[in-house]
Design a protein around this ligand. Structure first.
Ligand code: C2E
Ligand code: CA
Ligand code: CA
Ligand code: CA
Length: 273
């Protein structure tokens, strides 16, 4: 039994070693990917209740020559831990602003939403960096929506308010992504300069058949309405979900049913931008 225990320990140590190695390799490949420009942006359109396209969310894609397409769920955490998210995030913001400037020039402006990591947002130079990008690209800042998660609101709460207010004064808008999955209190909702809530797809998934999720979504929508916030439902995959979400009062829908993410460049060209 003792030998078996020792074997098990050895096995887990070996496993951990493999995991650490994997992570190091991924980090090395991420660094290289930044140099070789292996990252591309996709856009997933968002629609209002009538079905009119009103904007889109930008989603990072990484195509590695050997790994193939690597999911952001896999590489974003590594980019965050290694600090590479700063460079990566800045590039996404710059591309978003360039896209907005093109849309404006073509006379077909729509809002673009960008995911911002807590580590990126908390940098002391985040506000100034973004100000510079907006200035250099000439982007209409009020069409840029920054998606942040509830995790950001737990620590350094005063700092977050100050930073959001500063960016808000520049015209930028904020969305709480994956709403309902974090552990933050609801108190911040009325204290922050927010524009929208994104109902996490885990709540949307089992509507309208699951009575618990149905009640949760209805409650979130009702609360958002009272706080004057726009509500976006993400992960809409079926017509039944869509009918329910529209009836519940969601302002905006996003999901495979309506549009899959596709290359940002194609989307811009299709709109003459
Ligand atoms: P997220 O912000 O919650 O983005 C929504 C995810 O849901 C995207 O996954 C999207 O492709 C997927 N999705 C869209 N419609 C549907 C649907 O109908 N059903 C289902 N099941 N999924 C749907 P993706 O592109 O793999 O991104 C995963 C996560 O990676 C994002 O979750 C976001 O947290 C992060 N991410 C992506 N791009 C960036 C970025 O530029 N910066 C940062 N910091 N994070 C990013
Ligand atoms: Ca998002
Ligand atoms: Ca989300
Ligand atoms: Ca998510």
């Amino acid at each position: 039994a003792k030998a078996a225990g020792r074997n098990r320990v050895a096995f887990f140590e070996a496993l951990m070693h493999v995991e650490v190695q994997d992570r190091l390799h991924l980090e090395r490949d991420l660094r290289e990917a930044l140099l070789l420009e292996q990252f591309h942006l996709h856009l997933q359109s968002q629609f209002n209740a009538e079905g009119t396209e009103i904007g889109g969310e930008l989603l990072l894609r990484w195509q590695h020559p050997l790994r193939g397409a690597v999911s952001p769920l896999q590489f974003i955490p590594v980019a965050e831990d290694s600090g590479l998210i700063i460079e990566l995030g800045n590039r996404v913001l710059r591309q978003a602003c360039l896209a907005l400037a093109r849309l404006q020039k073509a006379g077909c402006l729509q809002s673009l939403s960008v995911n911002v990591s807590p580590r990126q947002f908390r940098r002391d130079d985040f506000v100034d960096g973004l100000r510079r990008i907006i200035f250099e690209t000439g982007a209409p800042a009020s069409f840029l929506i920054l998606e942040v998660t509830e995790g950001l609101l737990i620590e350094n709460w005063q700092d977050t308010i100050a930073r959001m207010s500063e960016l808000g004064a520049m015209g930028l808008r904020f969305s709480i992504d994956d709403f309902g999955t974090g552990y933050s209190s609801l108190a911040y909702l009325k204290k922050l300069p927010l524009y929208e809530l994104k109902v996490d797809k885990s709540f949307v998934q089992d509507t309208p058949s699951d009575p618990n999720d149905t009640v949760i979504v209805e409650a979130v929508v009702s609360m958002a309405k009272h706080l004057n916030l726009r509500v976006v439902a993400e992960g809409v995959e079926t017509q039944a979900q869509r009918d329910f979400l529209v009836a519940a009062g969601c302002d905006c829908l996003q999901g495979y049913l309506l549009a899959r993410p596709g290359p940002l460049e194609d989307w811009l060209l299709k709109r003459g931008a």
